[in-house]
Design a protein around this ligand. Structure first.
Ligand code: HEC
Length: 214
């Protein structure tokens, strides 16, 4: 801290000498903060410095004010357009695998030496209650206990369930398609989980045989 004081004093003196009468604007400070961030980070392991580049939603949702309703709609429409619907319309896999994936929080850390060979987990329990037997879960997201049951899904192949099934796939693929500033990871869009993994999570949430719907 003490070492910083002369620096701060020098900066202030330079500012005064330059004859500045007003403080830098918010936009100027933002530019400087960005330049400092860019200069301080570098590629490391699987974490590349391009993570500092914000996309439309990230920029709008981390700005001082929440995005306007119009901007939120645009973010959601662009996010929905990124959703890749499952090959052959096969939406649902094995709920047992889905439960393992929901429990699994591995991946995405730059120290992870096995990133190239092992797939990521879903970390769903970090934010959601899912199977009631699991007593340890986060509450950032709503409870997903009885997810399919409360939405009336008796048979995932039944056309009457199509809207719920499609919404759930879209939500897992790119959560911002329905909530512009969602805190939920964009599992498909960001390449965190593949199609088969998404199918297994779909089964966990929607299959009437899954413990989630008992
Ligand atoms: C970092 C926290 C976080 C993680 C991890 C997370 N979610 Fe979410 N999720 C949320 C939040 C917050 C919401 C509610 C706001 C929204 O819609 O984005 C949500 C909403 C949902 C919804 C919609 C619920 C409804 O009633 O419409 C589903 C389905 C869902 N999450 C499934 C999952 C699954 C499956 C996983 C794991 C692959 C997961 N989430 C991981 C935070 C998270």
């Amino acid at each position: 801290m003490r070492a910083l004081l002369p620096l701060v004093a020098t900066a202030l003196a330079a500012w005064a000498l330059a004859g500045c009468t007003s403080m830098p604007s918010a936009a100027e400070l933002d530019r400087e903060a960005n330049a400092t961030m860019k200069a301080s980070f570098h590629d490391q392991g699987i974490a590349k410095a391009d993570r500092l580049n914000q996309d439309l939603a990230q920029a709008a949702c981390s700005a001082e004010h929440a995005p306007s309703a119009e901007m939120a709609k645009r973010i959601e429409a662009e996010a929905l357009a990124t959703v890749k619907w499952p090959a052959g319309g096969r939406y649902v896999g094995d709920w047992r695998e889905g439960e393992k994936l929901a429990q699994n929080g591995r991946g995405m850390t730059w120290t992870d030496k096995s990133a190239a060979t092992k797939s990521n987990g879903g970390s769903c329990y970090n934010c959601h209650q899912i199977d009631q037997k699991e007593i340890s879960y986060g509450t950032i997201g709503p409870s997903l206990w009885h997810y399919g049951k409360t939405r009336g899904v008796k048979d995932v192949a039944d056309p009457a369930s199509a809207a719920v099934v499609q919404y759930t796939w879209g939500k897992l693929y790119n959560s911002k398609a329905y909530v512009a500033c969602s805190n939920m990871p964009r599992f498909g869009h960001m390449g965190l989980l593949d199609e088969d993994q998404l199918r297994n999570l779909m089964a966990l949430l929607l299959d009437p045989r899954s413990p989630v719907n008992q």
